[in-house]
Design a protein around this ligand. Structure first.
Ligand code: HEC
Length: 145
């Protein structure tokens, strides 16, 4: 009898929890967590592409850089997403000889297969921008007394 009683309490508690969860709708997304259900993630400029371009391309592809055009903003990179995918898949860019077929060298800018696939996926999904990071203005400097 005691056993049955506690099972009943547990079932009741579970039902209440489930009802609450259902009332809240979807479980709140945890920032940075993989999407529920393990659905494949669409790469976005702000999540995936901007850091990659900053690390591997923007030293040349920026205003005043040696490359003929900038890639260091969404407005600049999105229209040429398809071209970026092509030249990285062909390993034409980044134009730096160290890579999989050479000894390891310092300042190697070559891309991994995963990074090349990411750029290709981004182009194939229409170069989505995603959400820009929240920038907080710097705190005002306290006035000197
Ligand atoms: C060391 C400097 C340098 C780096 C790093 C670099 N590029 Fe370039 N890129 C160039 C130059 C210079 C050209 C122009 C080449 C030419 O006209 O022959 C160019 C051309 C291009 C083009 C145009 C190709 C075409 O056929 O018109 C694309 C697209 C490109 N780069 C993408 C990238 C991407 C993406 C990266 C990073 C993964 C990258 N580049 C990294 C210097 C660089």
């Amino acid at each position: 009898m005691i056993r049955l009683g506690s099972a009943g309490v547990l079932t009741g508690a579970l039902a209440v929890m489930l009802t609450l969860a259902a009332a809240q709708g979807e479980t709140p997304a945890v920032p940075g967590a993989p999407p529920p259900g393990g659905a494949s993630k669409v790469p976005t400029y702000w999540n995936d592409i901007q850091p990659l371009i900053a690390a591997r391309c923007a030293s040349c592809h920026r205003a005043g850089g040696i490359a003929p055009f900038a890639l260091d903003s969404y407005a600049a990179a999105a229209p040429v997403a398809g071209l970026i995918a092509q030249v990285t898949q062909a390993r034409i860019m980044p134009p730096w000889p160290p890579g999989p077929r050479t000894p390891r060298l310092k300042y190697d800018r070559s891309l991994t297969d995963a990074q090349i696939a990411l750029l290709a996926d981004w182009a194939a999904t229409g170069a989505p921008q995603g959400t820009p990071p929240v920038t907080v203005p710097p705190a005002a400097r306290p006035e000197k007394p």
